[in-house]
Design a protein around this ligand. Sequence first.
Ligand code: ADP
Ligand code: MG
Ligand code: MG
Length: 211
Amino acid sequence: EFERQCDLVVTALEAVADRLAEEKETLTELDSAIGDADHGANMNRGFQAALEKVSENDAGDPADVVKTIGVALVSTIGGASGPLYGGSIMSASQELEGGITADSSVAFAETYLETVESRGKATVGDKTMVDALTPAVHTYKKSIEVDDLDPLEALAKAVDAAQRGVEFTTPIRAKKGRASYLGWRSVGHQDPGATSTLMILEELLAVAAEE
Ligand code: ADP
Ligand code: MG
Ligand code: MG
């Protein structure tokens, strides 16, 4: 069972890496409006490195594979988003030590969000990845724990919530990260990190739907 779950994580990583490679220009354009035009390159570099690292390592359990991805991202994405994406995946990987289940996936999502928040000190409304991530994680948790949906349905709802979160970043002013240096001039632009978070969630959903 662990072997099947490791394969699933690798399949998800491949889907995410492919998507971010395709979207490199889009993410770079978003970051050129309110940042330093490197978010597309950062994410693509990080996920390509994660693919390489994962293919070199012999997978033990799914938590190891996820941790390896986090380590690769921390050391290659750089900027503000490297430690946020990579470090949070590393911390959250512990939740998968007993395997991937509906419950452990909720714990993973919650620890991931908590780590992003504690490292970046951003909250909802600051125009960051937190604006996509928070509604996605809350929706995922509620869908599983309260509404008793299965993980695939819960993930579909989480993606919808993230989509609305991304849209919400456009009209607001950035209060964290590079975009905050622009003050009111950041208004009217969609946040790159929230957008890449949505893209990743969309790919996780697509892979889960194929299962
Ligand atoms: P950098 O801004 O260092 O060039 P990137 O361009 O890779 O890094 O990433 C920018 C994205 O990082 C932003 O769009 C935003 O979503 C996210 N971000 C920046 N600072 C923070 C923070 N303090 N907390 C959460 N997310 C942040
Ligand atoms: Mg940037
Ligand atoms: Mg940068």
